[in-house]
Design a protein around this ligand. Structure first.
Ligand code: ZN
Length: 167
């Protein structure tokens, strides 16, 4: 089995059986995120620990999204659980940088990203990068909300360029 086939299998596994899928009853913060380019709509829930609001105790998500977006969100909820907000932001930044490289650019992420590496195939498809990063943009916003004492907000990914009127 090639690495690419293996990666595909991991993605499909997360997409068909997303981990930590479902609302959190008492989240610290809740972010609705939309990627209109694909139609992905997810809601990310973070719960910080009672003793330390900088510590992510639990992450869940719900929504309707494509396989790439769902798999990325599923992996996010596993990765950020137990991390401090600062560390989660570093992971998010590293992952987003990793996906912003060209398909043939070698890369050694600044910090280990583990099985998030399976999403590297989307680099070939800039439209799909938005699918893979939606949950991470929601995470960035969730942590910003926590810092300012907010509890929820909404995020809509910007469209690429203005619409060209027809006719
Ligand atoms: Zn998508």
């Amino acid at each position: 089995m090639s690495a690419e086939e293996l990666y595909q299998e991991v993605i499909m596994d997360h997409a068909s059986r997303p981990r930590n899928f479902g609302e959190l009853s008492d989240p610290t913060v809740r972010i609705e995120a939309e990627n209109p380019m694909c139609g992905d709509e997810i809601t990310l829930y973070l719960q910080t620990s009672k003793e330390d609001e900088n510590h992510i105790a639990m992450a869940h998500f719900t929504g309707q999204a494509c396989a790439i977006c769902t798999a990325s969100a599923s992996m996010l909820t596993i990765k950020v659980r137990g991390l401090d907000c600062q560390r989660a932001l570093e992971l998010s930044r590293t992952f987003q940088q990793f996906l912003s490289l060209g398909p043939d650019e070698p890369s050694a992420p600044a910090i280990p990203i583990g099985d998030l590496k399976v999403l590297e195939g989307v680099r070939k498809f800039p439209m799909r990068v938005k699918c893979a990063t939606l949950a991470w943009h929601a995470l960035d916003q969730a942590i910003a909300e926590i810092a300012r004492g907010g509890t929820q907000s909404k995020l809509i990914e910007g469209e690429i360029g203005p619409e060209i009127p027809s006719g």
